[in-house]
Design a protein around this ligand. Structure first.
Ligand code: ZN
Length: 278
C-alpha cells in the first residue's frame, strides 16, 4: 500500500491554513519526498508525531527516505531542503540519499561542454536548480561534510538524460536513464516534463505488477505534480496511456493511472491513504 502524506500545498506563499509545498510518499521499498519548501522538516516531524499517536510511527522514519524529488527550483519548493539534509546528518544517517531535480537543455549542454564548473548560460533563471545545487554545496551539502552519501541528480526531463554532480570531487557522471534509488526493486521513479516559468517536472511513481492487488491491474502509476495550474494539469493529462485525474479539495493534484482499471476513485480508496496537516 502506498500512503501519501500531504504536508504543504500552498502556492508561492503560505496561507493561514496551508503551508508551502512538500509531501512524503510512503511505499513498501522506501519513502519519497516530493518538494521541500520552507519549514518542511517541521511539518514532517509533526506528521510523524501524529502517526505515532495513532500507532503508525514506523512508516515515516526518516532513515527510510530513499529519494528527494524536486518539481522545480522555486524557493517555495526547495527552501527547506538544506536544513532537512543537515537534520538527517544529526540523526546519524549513514546510507545514500538520492536527490533529483530538473534543469534546462542549455544548462545540460553547458555542463557537457565545460564540466562541473561550467558557467551557466546567460538567460538561465536564478531559480534553475543548477544554481541552487551549487549554493547548497557551498553551504555544506557535500557528502564528506554531511557524513552520508548524497547523489545529486540533474535531469533534462524532455530527453530524460541525467547527470550526477559530485561536489566532493568536482566531477560529473552522465546517465542515459535516470538512476533509480538503491532500495527500489519493483517501484520506479520517473520525471515527466511540465510547463512552468523555470525547468520543471512531475514525478511518476510506478509499482510493478507483482505488487498490485489483482491480475487485472498490470501496474499502478502515480504522478505527483504539486501546485500546478489547470493548463499544466491538462498538459500532463495528455500523456499516454490516459491518466485519470483527481483534484483534491485542498488543491493538490494527484494523477492515478491503472492501465486496465481507470477508476481513480477506487484506486485512491484501495491503494493509498491520505493524511493532511497543512
Ligand atoms: Zn513555481
Amino acid at each position: 500500500m502506498m500512503e501519501l502524506h500531504i504536508l504543504g500545498t500552498a502556492s508561492a506563499r503560505p496561507t493561514s491554513t496551508r503551508n508551502v509545498s512538500g509531501s512524503v510518499l510512503s511505499t513498501e521499498e522506501g519513502l519519497v519526498v516530493i518538494d521541500a519548501g520552507e519549514g518542511f522538516q517541521n511539518r514532517y516531524s509533526a506528521q510523524r508525531s501524529l502517526m505515532k499517536r495513532s500507532g503508525q510511527n514506523a512508516s515515516l522514519r526518516p532513515h527510510k527516505i530513499a529519494a528527494i524529488t524536486l518539481t522545480h527550483g522555486h524557493l517555495d519548493h526547495t527552501w527547506g531542503l538544506l536544513p532537512f539534509l543537515q537534520t538527517l546528518a544529526l540523526d546519524g544517517r549513514n546510507h545514500p540519499l538520492m536527490i533529483y531535480g530538473p534543469t534546462s537543455q542549455s544548462v545540460w549542454d553547458a555542463l557537457q561542454s565545460n564540466g562541473f564548473n561550467a558557467e551557466v548560460p546567460e538567460n538561465t533563471p536564478s531559480a534553475d536548480l543548477i544554481n541552487q545545487y551549487r549554493a547548497w554545496f557551498q553551504l555544506g551539502a557535500k557528502s564528506n561534510e554531511l557524513g552520508y552519501e548524497v547523489r545529486w541528480m540533474l535531469g533534462e526531463p524532455h530527453s530524460n538524460k541525467w547527470v550526477e554532480l559530485n561536489p566532493d570531487g568536482s566531477s560529473l557522471m552522465w546517465h542515459e536513464q535516470m538512476p533509480q534509488p538503491e532500495p527500489f526493486k519493483s517501484i520506479r521513479l520517473d520525471a515527466l516534463a511540465t510547463k512552468h516559468s523555470v525547468p520543471s517536472c512531475a514525478w511518476q511513481i510506478t509499482k510493478a505488477a507483482r505488487y498490485t492487488r489483482t491480475i487485472s491491474d498490470p501496474f499502478e502509476t502515480w504522478i505527483m505534480a504539486l501546485s500546478l495550474s489547470h493548463p499544466q494539469c491538462r498538459f500532463i493529462r495528455s500523456y499516454r496511456p490516459p491518466i485519470c485525474c483527481c483534484i483534491s479539495s485542498i488543491g493538490m493534484f494527484m494523477f492515478c493511472n491503472c492501465a486496465r482499471s481507470p477508476d481513480s476513485s477506487r484506486l485512491l480508496k484501495n491503494s493509498c491513504s491520505l493524511a493532511c496537516i497543512s
